[in-house]
Design a binder for this molecule. Sequence first.
Ligand SMILES: [Zn+2]
Length: 241
Amino acid sequence: MPKWRTHRIILEKALGNFNLNLRKDFLDGLFNGIIDPDIKQDKKIIISKKRTYEKEITHHDVHNNLIRYYYELSLYYVRRNKWYFSGFMLGRCLHYIHDSIIKRRKMLIIDAHEEIENELEKLSDMISELCKEKIIKKSSSNPKEIICSAYYMSIDILRNFFEESSKDIDINLLKEKIRKIRIIKLLILLGFSIMIFYSLVLILLWIIAFYLVIEYKPNVYHEAMKAGLIIVKPTGYKTAY
Ligand SMILES: [Zn+2]
């Protein structure tokens, strides 16, 4: 994975494309967040037949769910006026995007790893000249393609973020939608609970009916006993004969 300095330089150059007066706490969060996944790691929950456990994730895999999560979390904090956290989460999102571009096979060879890291760091200093044409590759093992893709993807994410964070949102409409979904969820669970309750009642009724039917001994049984056909035991006794 790229060095911390590389992550930060790509971010800095990507930010240079926006003529915005960004808050200092937002920027602080952004530059801290972009290296943070290497310090505070996300874990993946693995459910196997034997047990459930947490596994540290590998950075060169693509974690689209995490990328989406941290992007949305950054917008969440913006709406709550927590600017540092907003920047921080956006930084984590960008870190995963940068890492995801580096093709996996390359990373397994230790020497190539070190080599490519140095190469990436070197190239990141000359992004402006290097990435004149827009390159976006989802994964690559070519250092120039990696750097330029990381750069252009960062610009896209930042642009989306700035657009979305300044958009007007109809909060009441959203609240209403969430409320409806929660009611539907509740009704589904309630429906199944009622079904299970009545199933249990039915089982109980079945047991009672079974007992009553077995114990039903009409007169004809007694006549049959006296005629030597069957033996009818008295209810509620364990007879000696
Ligand atoms: Zn990483």
